[in-house]
Design a binder for this molecule. Sequence first.
Ligand SMILES: Cc1ncc(COP(=O)(O)O)c(C=O)c1O
Length: 468
Amino acid sequence: MNTKQKELLQKTLDRIIDYIENLEDDKGVIKYKTPAELNEKFNLNSKIENDYNAINDDIKNYLTYSVRTGNKQFFNQLYAGFNFPAFLAEIIAVLTNTSMYTYEVAPVATLMELELIEKMCSFTGFLNGEGTFVTGGSNSNYMAMLCARNKKTENAKMDGLYSCKKLTAFVSEQSHYSFDKAANLIGIGVNNVIKVKSDVQGKIIPEELEKEIKQSIKRNENPFFMAATTGTTLLGAYDPIPEMHEIAKKYNLWLHADGSWGGSVILSKKHKHLLSGLNLADSFAWNPHKLMNIPLIASALLFKEKGTMWKNFSSHNTDYIFHDYDNADFDLGPKSMQCGKRVDSFKLWLSWKFYGNRGYEKRINKLFELADYFEKKVAENPKLELLAPRQSLNVCFRYKPSKSNININSFNLKLRNNVMQEGKSLINYGFLNKNVAIRFVIANPEVNKPDIDILLNNILNEAKKIDI
Ligand SMILES: Cc1ncc(COP(=O)(O)O)c(C=O)c1O
């Protein structure tokens, strides 16, 4: 490393420390700029060859104009907060840059991933389970659906679906869009993902599920997969796994649990009842990058039955990389859908080690208390309206404008947009029965009640400006 590089590294480290120390300053969550304004600040084609000042400028601007997801007013997404041990691990993982396909090139990270998977399986109750770190919950849902397809149509892996009956999958109408993508990827077609009605809380209605499966069979289709969402994206609803398992058993369907958002609730003795029956599922998507506050990406797909990954994901003609050697059993590549694979295990490892099971349990319990606090604040404010009863960490609501002739959806869209552009708080929205629902969601365990009061004030202040 030359002197200039050392100077820039030191400057960058100072900048990083400054960024972390000032995450809660009065700059808010985002310094909003339009794409055109931002493009003026960043120019890939300006001459930066060997120009360390140009690197320094881009780093400075990147930090200035990026959303500060570690700020306590960031409520926009299902991830939030800043996790110090995981942050350190991520830097080290990047520094040592390797790929997780063989033990040979990733010995430490491989052992960490294996141990973490074992620990995660012990929480899910998969006593003979296995799993793999993947690129996210969407990827987990896709891989689970692929395994279900291959189980139902034995030859699909090698021969495709050419001689098969139409395969149908069943998810709730509140499930994540990644199931549609998965259906596209595994070749069954998006239209064959049947969306089952959910109740007012957003949970799938088991009777409706069975009805849909029966109708599909009547149409001479081949139902093969169902997913229980354990923590839906908009409402935070938990589908009832035991009832779904009964139906899955009766009609011979794979039961996947999508815990991408709410899976980590399994770490709380108080709230894990929401996932009761999880041990009955065939697979489980668990995203530590959401409720365990690990920097993106940290995501695991777990299977109840050992051997599932090898059966479904292995390939031939890999002897250039996967050698027959003493430690071959530790190579993760043959059981993965990826070739190159990031080290995501170290950040979860360090964070879990630092906070411990008990620490995570406390954090999750606290998040539930805060969601309860927010829900009560909304319920007691005559200008606000709850749009669904809360089951976990999501609260959907809207503002009621004073004039009755105002379109309430347009009003709430404008309100949310103004809050975003003001940049003091960031909160997202979705559509619930065609109504714009502002979605409060809490994932950052550093947040306290006063931060929630600030969020509400910021929303109400913006609303007042347009409620005229
Ligand atoms: C319920 C649910 N499933 C799947 C996903 C997708 O997860 P990822 O963003 O890790 O792909 C999400 C993302 O928010 C989700 O809420």
